[in-house]
Design a protein around this ligand. Sequence first.
Ligand SMILES: Cc1ncc(COP(=O)(O)O)c(C=O)c1O
Length: 371
Amino acid sequence: MLDLSKQYATIEKEVLREIAKVCKSQWFVLGKHVKGLEEEIAKYTGAKYAIGVSSGSDAITIALMALGIGKGDEVITTPYTFFSTAGSIALVGAKAVFVDIDPVTYNIDVDAIEGALERDKKRRRIKAIMPVHLYGQAADMTKINALARKYGVKVIEDAAQAIGATYKSKGAGSLGTIGCFSFYPTKNLGGFGDAGMVTTNNKALAKKLSMLRVHGSSRRYYHDLVGMNGRLDEIQAVVLRIKLKKLDKWSRARKKNAALYAKLFKAEGLLEKVTPPVEDSDCGHVYNQYVIRAKKRDALKDYLAKNGVGSDIYYPVPLHLQACFKDWGYKKGSFPVSEGAARETLALPIYPELTVKEIEYVVATIKKFYS
Ligand SMILES: Cc1ncc(COP(=O)(O)O)c(C=O)c1O
């Protein structure tokens, strides 16, 4: 499904040399590489400010804290995403107001967002919308930002899977109030452990975010806010800076792989059985995942595994059905499009170093399964 060692081999020398320098310096947390990475990510995404944090999950938690979202507040998001989108909302004491997804892009259904905001008009508990740029494709940010303005709420982009993705030529993470990135090793820009970043165009928020990641302090041992230990370390930052230089090239390779899959599915007459991902014309997709909708999904997954092809299910249980969120009161059937996607979708290998032969083998194996 993902072979990180192929990519590592191409940068190993530089990475080891730079890590050795960090070790020599014995400066491990929030140093010159974190600062350098922050400047480079701000430039890369087009956001004015970027603040390095310890993970994508912490990025979301710190973003919510910076906006003062907590007990009694609510945040609109999608149930078809990685756990921490909603987990962070729960951690700060707020509630996720789930709305269903679009069946084609799997991103949040913008038409359903307005309904939720309308229902909240009297109580005004909803403080933010948190779209997820799922699999590397941005959500419909024009409509989301318009709704946010109309109803006076903030927008937190969960851009964990979307570094380098664009919406109407603007970078993911620069489009809402705060953007949140993950640099978990499987992401398009992956560290050698956990790492993340928050981005914003608002100077005051940038200051608050950078304080919140160090226990709410901007001066050692003086705490104006209650924050957390959400710091980024130098070894992650130096690795990420090396990888960032190659990211556009790797994203292009992912796109090329996606195009080849789509071409082969068509050529092999498989489009009755599998639905390839659809690129929205407003979006520059970076394919953190290549997710198809497939007939007899589970049997296909087993068959692929037996024939040496890795695949994965993102996500088998939508978040409204997770045991830990049962008090929020959602039931099976609450979000049929998300539940359908959870039953029918399958992620295929897409990483940049995949060869044409490997992709042809994956498609040939899928063809065999259905014939
Ligand atoms: C959509 C989404 N949100 C949040 C996260 C959390 O990021 P991390 O694993 O770095 O905490 C991830 C990554 O797994 C993700 O895919």
